[in-house]
Write a protein that binds this ligand. Structure first.
Ligand SMILES: *Cc1c(COP(=O)(O)O)cnc(C)c1O
Length: 390
């Protein structure tokens, strides 16, 4: 490089050789593209997901490390990391559906997904039928010749309903349709939908997988490589690729996922049990407690009952608002799955556009509070919740 002038040397700094030792953690490959010695290798890399790294919108070594990590944890064959959970969901839905197709979805869906499906119906000529998350007979009855896929969530928001993945995925397979499962609330530590017959698993890595409330990301994992390759080609066109730094933060979070999930679940059990015994609380919707409609199924399907649930305050909307303004340790915020405990009053925030009747149709009361339980000391959390309840 010494033969070049300063202007040129500034653009092409020397790179130190990394030989005879390796980094312990995955480096952040903060580069948009890759250079080649051989033009033929470059041409090959442009056309397939398993060629040499070529361009950041296709993938990147740090992003690929995350894709391999999550595919491995889920027991899938390959994954596509995206810039958000909605990016992963839309990459899959738009990558697999075309106008005239029909989709079956469970009734209780994450809000962003429900809004996207409304768009698919309203603007893209795709039909939808909603069925309960635990009713394979309803799935069979809803299927049409043009049905392409069934869309499920392992654990729903905010009522923590658990989908009958074995029953629903088996029915889908018999009927020749794909099953796509949003497993954000469960993570592969509580459930691996591929073991129950799912074809695609999506996550908002914004939540438990990264776990520290410091990024927005998503991932789609595929049971088989043919479906992966098809969606990968579409993803490079759609432009939903994850950023290397975000992928690196997510990889870092994944290393403690098992420990965090244990604590999220044990803290949730502690709080749910105490809430259930409190006179200001009318109902607790945590699947680990027997009154929950998914209790039995959750016991069989999940290796933990999750860290996000809702409870109903006996005093209705006013009590809900009072609770929200009284908590001190728990933070008023959307999102979930981070180390901090967050609370949300759906009737006045995430679901504020719904009337009391519409809320009720979603199983949400005016006094319902959703809590995303963090990893703080359980007694500190209970002390905060108890003082807010009084
Ligand atoms: C947050 C969330 C999403 C959307 O993910 P983003 O990262 O916010 O785009 C999808 N599904 C579930 C279950 C979620 O909790």
């Amino acid at each position: 490089m010494t033969e070049f002038r300063p202007e040129t040397r500034a653009v092409h700094p020397p790179q130190p050789p990394v030989e005879n030792s390796r980094p312990i953690t995955m480096p952040i490959y903060q580069t948009s593209g890759f250079t080649f010695d051989d033009p033929a290798v470059m041409a090959d890399a442009m056309g397939r997901p398993d060629g040499a790294f070529v361009y950041g919108r296709y993938t990147n070594p740090t992003v690929r490390a995350l894709e391999l990590a999550v595919a491995g944890l889920e027991g899938g064959s390959a994954a596509i990391a995206t810039g958000s959970g909605m990016g992963a969901i839309n990459t899959v839905l738009l990558g697999l559906l075309k106008p005239g197709d029909h989709l079956i979805a469970q009734r209780s869906l994450y809000g962003g997904t429900a809004a996207m499906i409304s768009d698919l119906v309203g603007r893209f000529g795709i039909a939808v039928t909603y069925v309960p998350e635990n009713d394979p007979a309803a799935l069979r009855a809803a299927v049409r010749p043009e049905t392409r896929l069934v869309y499920l969530e392992t654990i729903s928001n905010p009522m923590a309903l658990v989908a009958d993945l074995p029953g629903m995925c088996a029915a889908a397979r018999e009927l020749g349709i794909l099953s796509v499962v949003d497993s954000t609330f469960a993570t592969p530590m509580l459930c691996r939908p591929f073991e129950h017959g799912a074809d695609v698993v999506v996550h908002s890595t914004t939540k438990f997988l990264s776990g520290h409330t410091d990024l927005v990301g998503g991932i789609a994992v595929f049971a088989g490589t043919a479906l992966y390759e098809k969606v990968w080609h579409f993803a490079t066109e759609l432009g939903t690729a994850a950023e290397p730094f975000t992928a690196w933060l997510t990889l870092r979070g994944l290393q403690t996922l098992a420990l965090r999930m244990e604590r999220h679940c044990s803290n949730a059990e502690f709080l749910a049990t105490r809430l259930a015994g409190h006179p200001a609380v009318a109902a607790v919707h945590w699947p680990g407690l027997p009154p929950h409609p998914s209790h039995e199924l959750a016991g069989k399907l999940l290796s933990g009952f999750g860290g996000v649930f809702s409870f109903d305050l006996a005093g209705g909307r006013a009590a809900g608002e009072r609770f929200m303004s009284s908590v001190r340790l728990a933070l008023l915020a959307p999102s979930l799955g981070g180390v901090e405990t967050l609370v949300l009053h759906p009737a006045t925030t995430s679901h504020r556009s719904l009337s009391a009747d519409e809320l009720a149709a979603n199983g949400i009361g005016e006094g319902t509070v959703r809590i995303a339980v963090g990893i703080e000391h359980p007694e500190d959390l209970w002390a905060d919740v108890a003082q807010a309840l009084s």
